[in-house]
Design a protein around this ligand. Sequence first.
Ligand code: PHE
Length: 362
Amino acid sequence: MVPQPTAGPFFFGYLPPFLQFNYYMEEKIKELLEEIREFRADSKEHLEQFRIRFLGKKGVLADLFARMKDIEPAMRKDYGMWVNELKVKTEEKLTHFRESFESTDESGFEGDLTLPGEYMPLGSLHPITLVRNRIVDIFAKIGFNVSEGPEIEDDWHNFSALNFPEEHPARDMQDTFFISLDPAISLRTHTSSVQVRVMENTKPPIRTISPGRVFRNEAISARAHCFFHQVEGLYIDENVSFADLKQALLYFAREMFSADTKIRLRPSFFPFTEPSAEMDISCNFCGGKGCNICKYTGWVEILGCGMVDPAVLENCRIDAGRYSGFAFGMGIERIAMLKYDIRDLRMFSENDLRFLRQFSGI
Ligand code: PHE
């Protein structure tokens, strides 16, 4: 039995001198040649490992050459030829793979660049984004710009400047997420806070819409969520009347839904508008005849609106004797649900691709 090496690249050290360069060694060198022949580098690192194994300072070839002096003089020529063959084959391999890595990119790409590209399916905009963009476009046509503000608000911008009395239930822990021990800081409950910021910093005329995410402490259901999206609008100038509000909203409803959409205003209450109203549109599913969407009334509510309360204008350093204005606010989810017949508010935030894919190409 020929003794087997137990470690290291070198195997001659384990053989008694009389066995050196015998049949066993020849076989071993053939095995090494075979290993080199079969070697395929799949990365630069892999090729470097191969180089170190054969050509490194303590590599296979260094070891074999160092043993030359121990070889029987008569055998040295043959031994030298075998080892040299190993060296040449190793270098050939290295050159081959170095060249192939140089001609490809860093990632080792070896594909055919002339082949047709792989099909990449197109994504789609989220329905909230689609509807938001549509609302922005509709109001842009009648001169409204877009304003944005922080989602974390102070009491002044979210409530006090908007005429909310101290004890108003909307400030209550039930509806508002207070984000620290400081009750003056909360997540905004509407984007009216952005309008306050605009009024504080801009001289009328003001025509702006404020889209954004808002937060309310509500139990999550098909009809309510703890966050949703709004677009609020504000128009302030001299002689702005309720008729202007009505006409702007009729225009919006017809652009958003259909040219024959009707609107209806019902008296309502908001601390920051006087008078205030809730606006319904004729049900675009049944055309006003009555269905389960409009609960057989023919009308669906879409937004709140009103004339900006003079106290709010004064809070924002706008002369209420000279200027008047209207404001309105709507939930983007609600408009999207009515436009695309979506029955559950939770769909918007579940990231279900079966739902989202239905909006591609819109
Ligand atoms: N801010 C109100 C809300 O969030 C909506 C609204 C805006 C109502 C402007 C009237 C005028 O419900």
